[in-house]
Write a protein that binds this ligand. Structure first.
Ligand SMILES: [Zn+2]
Length: 610
């Protein structure tokens, strides 16, 4: 062990190597990643859009044979374990456990794995959430405790008992200690309850109390069926109307969607995005089981990527008021950025989908869905209506505005369709508009490239290389180190040559300490019983560091020149750099010695003059 995890050693779980290897061997990486990213075959690899950065053209690749993934855009990469760490926001041991459970590999005995690290784990939070969901449900169905909640659901919201049960709805009693006492009786501690965001702690008395009180409760269930969080709604007009769990080890507001656990089963074609829980429940009850909602937050790029895992098309059905329409515009942009087909539902005569269905019935809603308009229709209508097209100069302005809008679309097919629509609406030849659009796209592309390189440079200037900050001191040596490490990662014969001393290379030859650490890990793993395995590095490095190490390997794999002369010359650069550094140190030392001598002579001189 080395690096940042040093101080935690002893408290961190350390699984045996053979166990980690078995988990990785028994994980189908294509199937695992395919659950999060839609992958297409490209030769022996699979490619898709990276789940770790926003992109429109796929630069994310998975190798089923090597059991690795790598993104050529953001350089995320590693084994299935690294993928789960990043995707599910887990630390290394939890990610191994996650995959072990999936692959049906029994966990090693507690004593072998060592002590679980401090803090409340995701698993524990999920257990507490499940117990709390059962408690809230029991309260709702208890006439003495939950009568008011049941009346609210059944009478005010016209829900059937089947719907209430289907969504696992519940009721939090109007009492500060109902849930707290119940959870204590199940053996959960105050610290755990607070970490799960089920309880708060009073500043005044220091006592733990129920976070949700006198509210109807909506459990948030993830696609694997875990209760990850709760939303609670008041039954009158008091504020706040909705109270949601904060982020916990099991929940990220910016990623989870309400009712995705149901919607994922029937949404290959499309999903409906609503503003609130009530809209979603009303739509499901009316047969639209592909409706979901964000949880007390505007849609984020993370949500957009979640959508893109399950569906091609999202129909936004937000409230008819200005706030709702502004939110819809933003959602359109965020979803469009990951390449989703987005449509907007226009409901007239009702303030939200829930009210619409009550007033006009599910058939009218289905009609409205079929007539939902593309984001382009929505925006172009606004542009066309704000100019007088019978005046030449106004028509030119409208044409420019429409071209600017069309140029933003990433898909060439979409651009063709919208160009035809715009040409028709403006009564202009398609070719003329097309030229303008292509010019705009080239201009945008140049601006983007410039901006990206500016950003990259300023990041480098301000923060340097976060993973290997010493690389800037000697760029040539650092790059030679990457060559050496890349080759060592790929070829066992180079590792053998170094191990046997056929090639003189040791840890002290490395100029940057990050690369030195990687070298030591590779050689240590090489000498171990099972031989070198990439995924075993994971325990000692952060996912970002693993991505960097993976990049060194991928860079070499893309090159055809990987022979012994390449390895030897890179080693020679290192030794040269090291001796230069040593010489520099010698120079400095000699310089200091001379200074010291001079000073002592002066000193003596002073003494002499006294
Ligand atoms: Zn990426």
């Amino acid at each position: 062990m080395s690096g940042a995890t040093d101080e935690e050693e002893g408290s961190i779980v350390r699984f045996p190597d053979h166990f980690i290897q078995e988990v990785v061997d028994r994980t189908d990486i294509e199937e695992l990643i395919g659950r999060y990213v839609s992958l297409k075959r490209a030769g022996s690899n699979l490619v898709g859009r990276c789940p770790f950065h926003s992109e429109k053209t796929p630069s994310f690749s998975v190798s089923p044979t090597k059991k690795m993934f790598f993104c050529f855009g953001c350089h995320a990469g590693g084994s299935a374990i690294t993928f789960v760490q990043k995707m599910e926001n887990l630390d290394f041991p939890d990610a191994v456990e996650f995959l072990a459970n999936r692959a049906g590999v029994p966990l090693p005995m507690e004593s072998e794995a060592g002590q679980k690290k401090e803090g409340v784990s995701r698993k524990r939070v999920l257990e507490m959430n499940l117990a709390a969901a059962k408690f809230y449900r029991a309260c709702l169905f208890d006439p003495n405790l939950g009568g008011e909640g049941m009346r609210y659901f059944r009478q005010q919201r016209r829900m059937s008992e089947a719907t209430i049960k289907h969504f696992g709805l519940g009721f939090a009693p109007n009492n500060f200690y109902s849930l707290t006492n119940h959870m204590h009786s199940l053996g959960y501690t105050d610290e755990e309850l607070i970490a799960a965001c089920l309880c708060g702690k009073s500043q005044k008395t220091g006592k733990t109390y129920d976070y949700f009180r006198n509210r109807v409760m909506f459990p948030i269930i993830d696609p694997s069926g875990n209760v990850v969080a709760f939303g609670g709604r008041v039954m009158d007009d008091s504020k706040p109307k909705y109270l949601n769990s904060s982020d916990t080890p099991a929940f990220k507001k910016s990623r989870h969607l309400f009712a995705l656990n149901f919607a994922k089963n029937c949404c290959a074609e499309r999903m409906i995005l609503c503003e609130g829980y009530m809209d979603v429940i009303a739509l499901h009850a009316a047969g639209f089981e592909y409706a979901v909602a964000t949880l007390g937050t505007a849609i984020t790029p993370e949500h957009a990527r979640v959508f893109s895992k399950y569906t091609q098309k999202v129909i936004i059905s937000y409230d008819a008021d200005d706030a709702g329409q502004n939110a819809a515009n933003k959602a359109m942009r965020v979803l469009g950025e990951v390449g989703m087909e987005v449509r907007v539902l226009k409901l007239s005569g009702a303030k939200d989908p829930d009210e619409f269905i009550v007033k006009f019935g599910p058939d009218r809603f289905r009609q409205a869905l079929e007539q939902s308009r593309t984001g382009f229709d929505h925006k172009s209508e606004k542009i066309l209506s704000s100019y007088d097209l019978s005046i030449g100069s106004e028509k030119l302005k409208a044409s420019n505005a429409l071209c600017t809008l069309i140029a933003e679309y990433w898909s060439a097919v979409e651009r063709e369709i919208y160009l035809a629509q715009a040409a028709k609406a403006l009564d202009l030849p398609v070719e003329a508009l097309k030229n303008t659009v292509e010019q705009l796209r080239r201009k945008h592309q140049r601006a983007r490239t410039e901006q990206e390189s500016r950003e990259a440079q300023s990041t480098l200037k301000n923060y340097g290389d976060r993973i290997n900050p010493e690389a800037v001191k000697d760029v040539r040596a650092a790059s030679a180190e990457e060559t050496v490490l890349g080759l060592l990662l790929i070829f066992e014969e180079y590792r053998n040559a170094v191990e046997k001393g056929d090639i003189a290379l040791g840890a002290s030859d490395f100029v940057t300490s990050f690369h030195r650490r990687v070298f030591e890990s590779i050689m240590e793993r090489h000498r171990s019983e099972g031989g070198f395995r990439f995924e075993l590095l994971g325990a000692d490095y952060t996912p970002d560091e693993i991505g960097r190490i993976q990049k060194m390997e991928v860079t070499r794999q893309q090159l055809t020149q990987n022979g012994p002369e390449v390895f030897r010359s890179a080693v020679a650069v290192l030794r040269q750099a090291k001796s230069d550094e040593d010489h520099q140190e010698d120079d400095i030392r000699a310089h200091l010695d001379r200074l010291r001598e001079k000073r002592s002579r002066l000193h003596k001189g002073k003494v002499d003059t006294k």
